[in-house]
Ligand binder design. Structure first.
Ligand SMILES: [Ca+2]
Ligand SMILES: [Ca+2]
Length: 189
């Protein structure tokens, strides 16, 4: 069922792209260009895509994640001098890199946007979710088992007992906190 929806969406997308291509062929258009206000951003941050296109023409913008799914779609009209500007919010996604595409048909411009890791100063919040729960404990357990690596920032918040190292003791404290057996961490006391 889910697959069928995906296939339908892909067909719809294809039809849409063909329509855009047909419109682009019908109108002689100026070459579009694109620049982003930043090349890397956090989820939820605002980024501005701007550049020049055909005067008074609609500029479609889409953002594609690293699995090829469109995660943002928007369109703005270019001004009489061809300038356009589109603000978008970096969507919540697992992608490390998003591809920003403006224009239509074969007149498109593409820029890459790096999604920065969420980071948090909250003791115990290893995954940067702004809350401390069992997911954070699991990350530390995986780190302790040398299955994953953690960034310096993550290691700093992971050491909840203030021992100077990050290991299963910290994970256990977070698990206890998650189970409401303790209400604070030694590092906060
Ligand atoms: Ca967390
Ligand atoms: Ca520790």
């Amino acid at each position: 069922m889910k697959l069928r929806i995906v296939v339908c969406l892909q067909i719809a997308l294809l039809v849409l792209m063909i329509c855009f291509a047909a419109v682009a062929l019908a109108n002689s258009s100026s070459e579009i260009n694109l620049s982003l206000s930043k090349s890397s951003a956090l989820n939820g941050e605002s980024v501005t895509a701007s550049g020049t296109s055909t005067a008074n023409a609609w500029v479609p913008l889409k953002i594609v994640d690293d699995k090829g799914s469109i995660v943002v779609f928007d369109a703005r009209k270019a001004e009489a001098n061809g300038n356009y500007s589109i603000d978008f919010i970096v969507p919540d996604s697992d992608s490390e890199t998003l591809t920003v595409v403006v224009g239509e048909g074969d007149n498109v411009a593409v820029e890459a946007l790096t999604v920065e890791e969420q980071s948090s100063d909250l003791p115990g919040d290893v995954n940067g979710s702004e809350s401390v729960d069992i997911d954070d404990a699991l990350l530390i357990a995986q780190y302790d088992a040398q299955l994953i690596t953690l960034t310096e920032q993550q290691l700093a918040v992971a050491d909840v007992n203030g021992s100077g190292s990050v290991n299963i003791d910290d994970a256990l404290l977070i698990a206890q906190y998650d189970a409401q057996l303790i209400s604070d961490f030694p590092v906060n006391q």
